[in-house]
Structure formats: structure tokens, C-alpha cells
Design a protein around this ligand. Structure first.
Ligand code: ATP
Ligand code: MG
Length: 357
């Protein structure tokens, strides 16, 4: 019996379609070599071009359409001229919220052959797993604009930390740390954010009592930003809020070899709705259409999809293939000082996978 995974593909704008194609190649190859499962990809033409034609980033019943899939594979959305808050809110954030993808998982791991900008860092010292709250917090979208245009104009942007939302992300992080036998660090800012982060710290402490076997640490976000650079080995599994996670994982991306390698998964752990896998980078309009976008972040997120679908062995195999490719140092895109095209990198990865399986 062959299992078929139905995957919705929103390749999106700019380099999105170019890089996603390479992830699809890799997934097809892994499935073909295994033989017990296969992928059925359905492409949705949503993004900024669709917006230019229809005034919407995705079909009005888009969420309904996506619901029936096992997972979503997303490239990037964004185009110069379409404000980021539209491309973000009308597609990405709607999907994250509608499907309750409250866990954002971002590996910050320095692969063999990847370049770290810090001198004197041991490769093993940069091996973190960020677990970022993905549906509320500082990105709740709630706020107000009072006395607009007047002298006494006031703008409010509310951070929302619900008991349910805070507890479930922290519990997910403890479960992950426990499973991996690693420590868990919470990052907050209770000294300045006297409601939200005091609450966050309290919940962290409460949940921590249920996991005596997990070693914990807690840092203020400013200190954590510094320590990620000066002493990255302190961090193993890390849990933090939506905004802090957004910022710190960009530091992480820089540490682990750059934006061309940074992957992310938006997960609904209960599996009530599909989860979504995407590279962290944007549509890179400056290099779009040239066929030189680095596909490794997209391939890494495809590997996260394999983990999610229960094929961790293949998830790891894909990461090993990326490491082999980085180490042979012959087939890399220009952002990694190579001369290869996007699809040459994809083809080389497929070759490496074929040779190792
Ligand atoms: P968006 O509006 O979609 O977020 P952006 O330009 O703001 O796009 P990115 O797309 O992340 O943000 O690009 C930032 C810079 O990094 C650009 O110079 C881009 O070319 C480069 N870049 C991003 N992703 C890649 C990639 N996969 N390969 C090569 N260069 C990349
Ligand atoms: Mg951008």
C-alpha cells in the first residue's frame, strides 16, 4: 500500500517558485527511492500577482481549499509596491491563524561546510532549536489609532498573551526538550513588560514543575541577543514570544550561515489543520527570475515536512545531503560564493540523495 501525501504548494512571488521547485524535486526523489509513499502536489497561484489581478492575495475560499491537504509548502510572498502588511496579513498570517499553527519551529544549526561569521566558534556550539509562539503575543493585530492626524494622535498596538496560548507553546517546548534530552531556555522581558512577560515567566515556571527532568534557563531578550553571539552553546531548545522569536531567529540565521539556509515550520501539533513549511527568506525581488536564488532553505523546510509526516529518517538524510553539498563546495549559488544556478543545486542534491539511499 502506497501512502499518498497531499501537499498544497503556494510557490508565491519572486524566487519563491524557483526555490520551491528544488524542494519538490527532493521530496519526489526521496519518495521514489523509498517506494512506500508518494507526494501529490497541487499548485495554487496565490501571491502578489494574484493580488494585482483580483485585489486579494488568495482565493476568498482559500482557507477552505487548503483545509483538505496534509501540509502546505510555501515559497515566499511579497513584491515591491505591495505593502508588506498586506502580503503578510492577507496570506501568511491568515493561514497561520486560521489553521492554528501556533508553533513556529526554526532550527539554528551550523551545518558542516556552512560559514559562520563569528571567529573561533566551534561548529557544535551553534545547535539551537527555536520554538516561537506564532499566533498571538505582540503580533495579535489588536490595536487602535486615536485622533488620527490630530496633534494628540495616539497609536496603540496590543500584545495579547492568553493563558491557553502561552501555556501550550511552553508545554510544546518542554515536550520537545524532553524528547531530545536537551535543556530549555525561555526568553522574555519581565523587567520592562510588566504584564505580558511577568505572566510568561509565571507560566514557564508553572509548566516547568511538570518536567523536573528538563534543565531550564531564563534570559531577558536583550541579554539573550548578546549571548547568542558571545556564547551560543548556552542555547539548546529555546522558547519565546512571537516578536522576540522573529528577531532572534534572524540573528540565528546569520549565525548559521545566512538567510539562504534558514528554514521554518508553522505547526498545528494537534493535526486538526494542515501545517505549513517555508523558507524564512522573502521573495528576493532583486534576484528574482535570474535562477540564482539559494534553494537550501526551502529544501531544509522540506526536510522539516518529512519529519512532520513521520519520516524523520529521511528528514535527516536530506540535511546530511545539504551538508555533503556544502562540504564539496562545488555546486553553490552566488550568495554562498558559488556560481551554480538554483536548479543545479537542486539536481546535485537529488544526485547525492540517490547515491546515499
Ligand atoms: P520580501 O519583501 O519578500 O520580504 P525582502 O527583499 O524584504 O523580500 P528577502 O527576500 O529576505 O527580503 O531578501 C533580503 C536579501 O537577501 C535580498 O538581497 C535577497 O536577494 C537576499 N536573499 C534572500 N533570500 C535569498 C536566497 N534564497 N538566495 C539568495 N539570496 C537571498
Ligand atoms: Mg521583506
Amino acid at each position: 500500500m502506497t501512502t499518498t501525501y497531499k501537499i498544497a504548494v503556494i510557490a508565491g512571488d519572486g524566487i519563491g517558485p524557483e526555490v520551491i521547485d528544488q524542494g519538490i524535486k527532493v521530496l519526489h526523489k526521496v519518495a521514489e527511492l523509498d517506494g512506500s509513499f508518494q507526494f501529490d502536489f497541487t499548485h495554487f497561484p496565490w501571491g502578489c500577482e494574484y493580488y494585482a489581478e483580483t485585489g486579494h492575495m488568495m482565493a476568498e475560499d482559500g482557507i477552505e481549499q487548503l483545509k483538505q491537504f496534509d501540509a502546505i509548502y510555501l515559497g515566499a510572498v511579497g513584491f515591491p509596491g505591495v505593502p508588506d502588511h498586506i502580503s503578510l496579513w492577507d496570506l501568511l498570517l491568515i493561514i497561520r491563524k486560521s489553521f492554528d499553527q501556533y508553533v513556529n519551529i526554526r532550527p539554528v544549526k551550523l551545518l558542516k561546510g556552512a560559514h559562520c561569521p563569528l571567529a573561533n566558534v566551534n561548529r557544535e556550539d551553534v545547535d539551537m532549536l527555536f520554538i516561537r509562539e506564532n499566533t498571538e503575543g505582540e503580533y495579535s493585530g489588536a490595536g487602535d489609532w486615536l485622533y488620527k492626524g490630530q496633534e494628540n494622535e495616539v497609536v496603540l498596538q496590543n500584545a495579547v498573551f492568553s493563558r491557553k496560548g502561552t501555556e501550550r507553546i511552553i508545554r510544546y517546548a518542554f515536550e520537545t526538550a524532553k524528547k531530545q534530552g536537551r535543556s530549555l531556555t525561555s526568553i522574555s522581558k519581565a523587567n520592562a513588560l510588566n504584564y505580558s512577560m511577568v505572566f510568561w515567566d509565571q507560566v514557564f515556571e508553572e509548566v516547568s514543575a511538570e518536567y523536573p527532568e528538563v534543565e531550564t534557563a531564563s534570559y531577558l531578550v536583550d541579554a539573550a541577543a548578546m549571548l547568542m553571539i558571545t556564547d551560543p552553546k548556552r542555547f539548546e531548545v529555546v522558547v519565546t514570544s512571537n516578536l522576540f522569536g522573529d528577531i532572534l531567529t534572524d540573528i540565528g540565521a546569520a549565525l548559521a550561515g545566512g538567510i539562504g539556509l534558514a528554514a521554518g515550520a508553522n505547526v498545528n501539533p494537534e493535526r486538526e489543520f494542515p501545517s505549513m513549511f517555508e523558507p524564512v527568506h522573502g521573495s528576493a525581488p532583486d534576484i528574482a527570475g535570474k535562477g540564482i536564488g539559494n534553494p537550501l532553505a526551502s529544501v531544509w523546510s522540506a526536510s522539516q515536512m518529512l519529519d512532520y509526516l513521520g519520516h524523520d529518517n529521511y528528514g535527516k538524510l536530506v540535511i546530511d545531503a545539504i551538508e555533503d553539498l556544502l562540504m564539496e563546495n562545488t555546486t553553490l549559488t552566488p550568495d554562498m560564493k558559488g556560481t551554480a544556478s538554483t536548479s543545479e543545486v537542486g539536481d546535485r542534491l537529488v544526485r547525492i540523495i540517490t547515491e546515499t539511499m
